[in-house]
Design a protein around this ligand. Structure first.
Ligand SMILES: CC(C)(COP(=O)(O)OP(=O)(O)OC[C@H]1O[C@@H](n2cnc3c(N)ncnc32)[C@H](O)[C@@H]1OP(=O)(O)O)[C@@H](O)C(=O)NCCC(=O)NCCS
Length: 163
């Protein structure tokens, strides 16, 4: 099993390595190994930026951890937008993203917000659909990075007993 805890600034180097591996190794459906698409996607996922995201007021970041090793991470904005959700490739399909998503939804409710939203990778689309998220119309046609048009999802949160 793994535990979910708030992220700390010191987690940034390990989180950065995890995000890069998750994107490169799990999201081939999105980037198809295209170096330009990958470079664009990874560009803002730097240790420095992650330090800021993990310590910034108004952002809520969580780490899934087992025996001291990071299994996954998620970052939520105060407006209920899921900004990051990544799992270590070795920890895939073990419930890590499900647990992080549930924690971020709980945080959204605690902020008295009723909707969680996100822009999904193609890779994670099935995951979000099966977790009650619905597709939102998108105005973006092309991100210019060689990635497909963004897939926007949202979910109206009910009480935990109803999810
Ligand atoms: C798809 C992904 C998000 C799922 O996270 P996870 O921690 O591995 O998944 P969990 O064990 O919590 O949940 C398993 C769910 O993954 C989905 N899933 C199962 N097999 C899958 C596959 N081959 N491809 C994509 N999704 C799959 C299903 O929805 C499954 O749940 P269900 O069978 O109950 O419906 C993750 O494996 C992944 O690829 N992440 C890459 C990074 C990413 O795209 N992040 C989202 C950025 S918005």
């Amino acid at each position: 099993m793994f535990a979910i805890r708030p992220a700390r600034k010191e987690d940034a180097p390990e989180a950065c390595a995890l995000i890069h591996r998750s994107i490169k190794e799990l999201c081939a459906e999105d980037h198809d190994g295209d170096p330009i698409a990958l470079t664009g996607w990874l560009a803002n996922k730097t240790v420095r930026n992650i330090e800021v995201w993990f310590s910034q007021l108004g952002l809520y970041s969580f780490i899934a951890e087992r025996d001291g090793q990071m299994m996954g991470l998620g970052t939520l904005s105060g407006g209920g937008e899921i900004m990051l959700l990544y799992v270590l490739p070795e920890a895939r399909f073990q419930g890590v993203s499900t647990a992080l998503l549930a924690r971020m939804e709980e945080q959204t409710r605690a902020l008295h917000r009723e909707i969680c939203s996100l822009t999904s990778s193609l890779t994670a689309r099935r995951f979000f659909l099966s977790r009650g998220y619905e597709l939102m119309p998108s105005e973006d046609e092309d991100d210019g990075l060689g990635l497909d048009a963004p897939v926007n999802f949202s979910k109206i949160l009910t009480s935990p007993s109803q999810t």
